[in-house]
Design a protein around this ligand. Structure first.
Ligand SMILES: Cc1cc2nc3c(=O)[nH]c(=O)nc-3n(C[C@H](O)[C@H](O)[C@H](O)COP(=O)(O)OP(=O)(O)OC[C@H]3O[C@@H](n4cnc5c(N)ncnc54)[C@H](O)[C@@H]3O)c2cc1C
Ligand code: SF4
Length: 490
């Protein structure tokens, strides 16, 4: 064996990364099940199940194809590679560039040689040169460049449909009396059952653990959900856990799907006339815009970015995040229950409910980040750090997003059907029935008014404080709410 090709659990694609051009005769393929990773945190079981079972299936598929594969269980990744080095002295280690600072450092110190990470559509160097030329890192500007560079939904220099952005059409609340299509279920096989038994759990049928399953999920989305994706992408509903979202993030993140094939499938469906432009554009924006932007920003902003806490938020993680029985807030309870059930909720519950709550309660950003990392099936360092620290809780002082995504109950009430069955009233900011989001939103603005008033995108919201005749009462209620949340009684 001449080369050892190390395949981390997020590079599970035959045609990309170190496996591109692999030779069955002279290459040894290495996957390492790291005990440090598995036991390093109290991970959501569905998440561990998904990552391990996908890797074991992938190793088996490579063996079936005729490759020499070693699937090792070791103390940590480097310890696994050491075993190979002992057995094959002089073998060279190759991997695609890793997706986190930590692994990049440890593998590089071990002597692994990196090839380009092509699991994204934008080379890191290209993103860094874009970001270095910007005054503010507006995603919209990056996205328009991506549309042109990658020639996605373009007619020459003109975006198809004549507009770059259909956000205005894409903010509908959940429809009433609506039949959501059933969810695609993924049946379990022998490898799945073996992994679930080792983890002492019963896996749901939510997540595929093979490329065939991931491709089936993509096809199911394109055929059953894509048409209505755009208009309802911001909606939240009690009667559907995924609405018209694609539910493919775990697969694009672990390599079972490549973003290029997702874009090809989406564009093919659009060109066949099966989906309106607002849905096609809304979806393409997520894949070639947001996803690439977040990965680029992770590498652009540097390793220390994760430690930002510019709003000085030091409240410990609230008990409701680990136990939904510790809250009466219908929206939060239902969303945390969904996270417990499947390790996933879509973008708006993550941003406008969970992160918003962490933001306006002044929860410590690193504690909240750790919770999100542990609980979500699609969480990895590159994607969670900018999404939480920059977008979710504005802990970077506006380096990434020019204003915090803080909102009161009115937003949640408009975009969901949670409020009708809630003990709280989204319109009230004071009194026992006041919606905690509404009270804490104003309290948050008041606490940070001096710094926010200098931000022209926030000044209108901050000036709204002057119209509140009950500010003292509100501040008193905010203290009651915060202490009730800490006790798990609100
Ligand atoms: C606080 C917070 C934390 C998040 N953490 C993660 C995470 O750990 N892993 C993750 O993959 N996504 C994360 N996201 C982004 C987004 O919520 C998920 O990608 C999305 O909900 C996954 O569901 P879906 O596949 O149905 O997505 P869809 O709504 O169908 O969108 C399609 C795809 O677009 C991509 N995408 C859209 N927005 C983003 C984004 N902001 N960052 C990266 N990719 C994006 C994803 O690959 C997603 O699969 C986070 C967002 C927020 C606000
Ligand atoms: S009233 Fe407030 S707490 Fe209750 S569901 Fe609505 S937004 Fe959530």
């Amino acid at each position: 064996m001449k080369r050892a090709l190390y395949i981390p659990f997020d590079h599970l694609h035959r045609g990309y990364g170190a496996l591109k051009g692999a030779d069955k005769k002279s290459d040894l393929i290495i996957l390492v099940e790291s005990q440090a990773m598995i036991n390093g945190a109290d991970w959501h079981k569905e998440r561990l199940f998904f990552l391990i079972s996908s890797a074991r299936h992938f190793a088996q598929e490579l063996r079936d194809e005729g490759f020499h594969v070693r699937y090792l269980t070791a103390k940590n990744t480097v310890a696994g590679l050491e075993e190979i080095k002992k057995e094959f002295p002089g073998i060279s280690f190759i991997a695609a560039e890793q997706s986190s600072y930590r692994l990049s450092r440890s593998l590089s110190a071990f002597g692994v040689e990196f090839v380009e990470n092509d699991f994204f559509l934008t080379p890191r160097s290209l993103f860094i040169s874009w970001a270095s030329s910007q005054k503010s890192f507006l995603m919209e500007n990056f996205y328009r460049k991506q549309r042109v560079r990658l020639n996605v939904l373009m007619e020459g220099d003109i975006p198809i449909g004549g507009q770059w952005n259909y956000d205005k059409d894409n903010r509908l609340p959940p429809p009433k009396n609506y039949q959501w299509p059933p969810y695609l279920e993924h049946q379990r096989d022998e490898i799945d059952r073996e992994v679930a038994a080792e983890l002492k759990m019963e896996a749901t049928t939510t997540w595929a653990t093979t490329r065939v399953g991931a491709l089936a999920q993509l096809k199911y989305f394109i055929e059953n959900h894509f048409e209505k994706f755009g208009p309802y992408e911001d909606a939240m509903a009690l009667d559907s856990w995924s609405l018209h979202h694609s539910v493919i993030s775990p697969y694009i993140n672990n390599g079972l799907l490549h973003p290029a094939e997702v874009i090809d499938a989406a564009c093919a469906s659009f060109y066949k006339g099966k989906v309106p432009i607002e849905s096609a554009e809304g979806f393409v924006r997520q894949i070639i815009g947001w996803r690439e932007y977040i990965n680029g920003m992770y590498w652009f902003l540097g390793e220390d970015y994760r430690n930002n806490n510019q709003l000085g938020a030091d409240r410990p993680l609230l008990p409701l995040f680990t136990d939904p029985a510790k809250t009466q807030m219908n929206c939060v309870k239902s969303i945390v229950e969904d996270v417990k059930a499947r390790s996933w909720v879509h973008h708006i519950p993550r941003l406008m409910v969970l992160s918003n709550l962490a933001l306006i309660t002044g929860t410590n950003p690193q504690e909240f980040l750790d919770w999100m990392r542990r609980e979500f099936i699609d969480a990895t360092d590159w994607v969670m750090v900018p999404n939480v620290i920059g977008m979710g809780v504005h802990a970077d002082g506006g380096q990434m997003m020019s204003k915090p995504y803080a909102a009161g109950g009115a937003y949640i009430s408009r975009m969901s059907n949670y409020c009708k069955g809630c003990v709280y009233n989204p319109k009230l900011r004071v009194g026992d029935n006041a919606c905690p989001f509404t009270t804490l939103y104003w309290d948050f603005l008041d606490r940070h008014k001096e710094s926010f008033v200098k931000n022209h995108r926030m000044s209108q919201q901050v000036n709204g404080l002057k119209r509140l005749s009950d500010l003292d009462e509100l501040k008193h209620r905010a203290q009651e709410v915060l202490s009730g949340l800490e006790k798990g009684e609100i």
